[in-house]
Ligand binder design. Structure first.
Ligand code: DGY
Length: 325
């Protein structure tokens, strides 16, 4: 008998085909997000789940899923999963690191360039018929090249963002829980600084830390005040790392120049203040959303799940303590 699994959201055909070779699959190709009760009802009696950041996997849910052995998240971030609760119940949790580093770094850069050169604001003006001709002082932006880039979180994605800075001849600063190896610092020409130094010195502050209780609102009113008035903030990691209300106030008051955002507190609901601002570029959590990368992420999650249900250690295990193989 094949193990029974649930795939909570729509996935690619090849992902379903692969999973179906190994498992009895209940899919959701209509892509209706399940509420907590529906998810619990569907997961009861399942051996595994392929899920996304829109699914909350917590102790309450796990209590109702006695057979569950694996939670395979289609994302590198896993703040939607209570890892301790999984470990306590011997449920292995996995994520999809590596395959999305470059696409996510590209999107952070797209936000940097778009905010610096006011692209979305200016496109709105062009479409609205405001462009009447070339002028010397028209809609001036700021340079990215030769500016100082400050990266919070120099993990894989942070490193991919920093790597791209060489082409723009930027000075690269970073802050991390711990300093990265010196060969990585050298390769990236990146200098470790304190949080305060990074905020005070950077022209572009890019956030690439995971969302945890420690990083909740790590950028709030006090940190925004420490930044240069000309600085630009980029958040393409997780909503909640930034205090959105404080950011809206800072953008309205000119405490910083602009922000480029892919993620929000309470997404997909946006704090309404953002919508009235020209100095913010708003993207809908698409950091990893290229066709090739999303296909690779879905297959990575599927392979992690199949590994567990075949009795092996999955490649991207988040809680080794739950692994008894
Ligand atoms: C991730 O992998 O954490 C992304 O945010 C999902 O797109």
């Amino acid at each position: 008998m094949k193990p029974k699994i649930l795939v909570t959201r729509e996935v690619f055909d090849e992902t379903l085909a692969y999973l179906s070779q190994h498992c009895e699959v209940e899919a959701n190709q209509e892509d209706r997000a399940f509420d907590a009760e529906t998810l619990a009802a569907k997961l009861a009696g399942k051996d595994g789940v392929v899920c996304c950041l829109t699914d909350r996997v917590d102790a309450k849910l796990l209590e109702r899923c006695a057979r569950l052995k694996v939670v395979a998240n289609i994302a590198v971030g896993y703040n939607n999963i209570d890892i301790a609760a999984c470990t306590a119940r011997g449920v292995m949790a996995t994520n999809t690191p590596g395959v999305l580093d470059d696409s996510t770094a590209d999107l952070a850069w797209a936000l940097m360039l778009a905010t610096a050169r006011r692209l979305t604001e200016l496109e709105r003006r062009v479409r609205g018929g405001e462009w009447t001709g070339w002028k010397l002082k028209q809609w001036l932006g700021v340079d990215v090249h030769h500016a100082t880039l400050g990266v919070f979180g120099l993990g894989r994605i942070g490193q991919a963002i920093a790597r791209r800075a060489a082409g723009f001849e930027m000075k690269v600063l970073y802050h991390n829980r711990s300093r990265v190896r010196s060969d990585i610092e050298q390769r990236l020409d990146a200098t470790y600084v304190t949080k305060d130094e990074l905020l005070r010195q950077s022209d572009f502050v890019v956030l690439q830390v995971p969302y945890t209780p420690e990083t909740h609102h790590m950028i709030g009113a006090a940190e925004l005040k420490q930044m240069k008035r000309t600085a630009i903030l980029i958040n393409s990691t997780r909503g909640g790392v930034v205090d959105d209300a404080a950011l809206i106030a800072a953008l309205q008051e000119g405490t910083i120049r602009a922000a480029g955002l892919d993620v929000y507190e309470n997404e997909p609901r946006l704090s309404p203040g953002f919508l009235g601002l020209d100095n913010v570029v708003l993207a809908p959590h698409v950091g990893s959303s290229t066709e090739a990368t999303r296909r690779a992420m879905a297959m990575t999650a599927a392979r992690n799940l199949v590994a567990v249900l075949s009795g092996s250690k999955p490649p991207n295990l988040l809680n080794p303590a739950a692994c008894r193989t």
